[in-house]
Design a protein around this ligand. Structure first.
Ligand SMILES: NC(=O)c1ccc[n+]([C@@H]2O[C@H](COP(=O)([O-])OP(=O)(O)OC[C@H]3O[C@@H](n4cnc5c(N)ncnc54)[C@H](OP(=O)(O)O)[C@@H]3O)[C@@H](O)[C@H]2O)c1
Ligand SMILES: *[C@@H]1O[C@H](CO)[C@@H](O)[C@H](O)[C@H]1NC(C)=O
Ligand SMILES: *[C@@H]1O[C@H](CO)[C@@H](O)[C@H](O)[C@H]1NC(C)=O
Ligand SMILES: *[C@@H]1O[C@H](CO)[C@@H](O)[C@H](O)[C@H]1NC(C)=O
Ligand SMILES: *[C@@H]1O[C@H](CO)[C@@H](O)[C@H](O)[C@H]1NC(C)=O
Length: 322
């Protein structure tokens, strides 16, 4: 009897893995889709998010990245309900990542904040819940990301999030969590792109079996109107162009594949149907070690999202309406 049950378990787990191609194993045993669809945009333009997420899922994306601060969880939720009701996907085929509001600095605040997000998303669990940043950006009187992490452990134990992780954490902050917690974060979502290749932090996370999700994958190669930084990199860059020509792809696709071949999960954002399809069409080629190295060399150590810079955060919040 026990053997039959065990065999059944094996069959079920193999079937689940087969039903989820293009996934990667996290340190908690869950499988996460290896390309995500980003949804961060101006909060007075959230109406475009519902049709965009529907089109993204129709185009093949299975992983959606949102956050409480994006103020678009309702639109994401409507899109999910739409594609599920039309039989395009089942809930278990999707991977929904959202992030804790910036207004939570304590253990107790986590559950309430997640419940608000779940209501907006019209879901009874998320696949991944992240602490958006270690920093106390809203100057809350009571704030410690370690206490917040304990709240994250609570909601994982309640099965309200299948996986839990962090975003914008550096190595010392990760060490403090590891030394004082039960659960190792599954994911650290950080900025990685050819302007900011961040070899050290990516390698450190990977050495701990913490999966890196790479946000702002196009760096400064796309307009960042609220910033003054000028880069010498563009989509015509000869290194990117040469690699793109070799594989019959575009420079933008090479940038995303570069992130995948560094074993990270890129999170491109596009509300343009053609570009969202282009950004997903990166599963049929891969780069050589040498090509990865050549793109690493383009590094300018220039971050789009420097949350340590207060004037940056003010400019960002003004531009996006946070
Ligand atoms: N955890 C965090 O703190 C954090 C911070 C930032 C971002 N994120 C996540 O990461 C996602 C991506 O970051 P992001 O939105 O800043 O930037 P991104 O994906 O690097 O760039 C988005 C911009 O690139 C354009 N674009 C998209 N595909 C293109 C292509 N193939 N060729 C040329 N232009 C293209 C888009 O315009 P069109 O729409 O017109 O195509 C848009 O203006 C966010 O949406 C969010 O989900 C997380
Ligand atoms: C990472 O975690 C997964 C799931 O627990 C495990 O199977 C794998 O062996 C781990 N990898 C490393 C390098 O520790
Ligand atoms: C990490 O961030 C903390 C602030 O939480 C800062 O004091 C520390 O210097 C940073 N460490 C690294 C390695 O960047
Ligand atoms: C960019 O430059 C303009 C003009 O010099 C200035 O007013 C603005 O504050 C700068 N923005 C940032 C984020 O530094
Ligand atoms: C890389 O691409 C080659 C050729 O398409 C393929 O044989 C190989 O399995 C791919 N490797 C990975 C890690 O995807």
């Amino acid at each position: 009897m026990l053997r039959i049950l065990l065999n059944l378990l094996v069959i079920v787990s193999v079937t689940t893995a087969d039903a989820l191609p293009n996934t990667k194993l996290l340190n908690d045993g869950n499988r996460i889709p290896i390309v995500a669809y980003g949804t961060f945009g101006k909060t007075n333009e959230v109406a475009i998010i519902k049709p965009a997420v529907i089109k993204a899922i129709e185009a093949g994306y299975r992983h959606i990245d949102t956050a409480a601060v994006y103020k678009n969880e309702e639109q994401v939720g409507e899109a999910i309900a739409d594609v599920i009701s039309r039989g395009i996907v089942k809930r278990e085929d999707l991977w929904i990542t959202t992030k804790l509001g910036l207004d939570v600095g304590t253990r107790e605040g986590v559950l309430t904040s997640l419940q608000t997000s779940l209501n907006k998303l019209k879901l009874d669990y998320v696949d991944l819940y992240l602490i958006h940043t270690s920093l106390n950006l809203l100057d809350l009187p009571e704030h410690d990301y370690l206490n917040v992490w304990k709240g994250m452990e609570d909601i994982k134990k309640m099965n309200l999030a299948r996986s839990i992780g962090i975003s914008n954490f550096n190595s010392s902050e990760i060490n403090r969590i590891l030394a004082n917690s039960e659960i190792v974060p599954s994911v650290n979502e950080i900025e990685v792109n050819p302007n900011y290749v961040d070899l050290g932090l990516v390698a450190y996370c990977q050495s701990l079996n913490i999966t890196v999700m790479s946000y702002a994958p196009f760096g400064f190669l796309v307009p960042r109107p609220y910033l003054n930084y000028t880069t010498s990199l563009n989509f015509e860059n000869p290194v990117l162009k040469r690699i793109a020509q070799k594989y019959g792809k575009t420079s933008s696709q090479v940038m995303l594949r570069y992130l995948m071949d560094r074993d990270t999960i890129p999170i491109p954002r596009s509300t343009n149907e053609e570009r969202m399809k282009l950004n997903f069409d990166i599963l049929d080629f891969n780069l050589t070690e040498n090509e990865i190295y050549q793109i690493n060399e383009l590094n300018e150590d220039a971050k789009v999202y420097d949350f340590y810079d207060e004037s940056f955060f003010t400019a960002l919040a003004d531009y996006y309406g946070l």
